[in-house]
Unconditional design. Sequence first.
Length: 88
Amino acid sequence: MNKIKNYFIRLWNALLDSTDLDERAVAAIKEAKARVAEMKKELADVKNATKNVVAQSKDVFDAAKGKKRKGKKPYYKNKNKKRNKTNN
């Protein structure tokens, strides 16, 4: 009878010890999921920044080829041109 009692005591202690391990595993999984979510956000930012860099690098190559700048000119440049035309 004493052997059976010791067996159940050891089994109970083993179950209690494994509970701490399970809690640590759950906490580690939760932390890993949070880090993955943050990494996804950062990768989205990097993707957007990369698109911007690619677009601007194309402009640099076009400028090297001698092409004019595309897009609307800054306001102050348009304003100066208008003044020069009216003064002439």
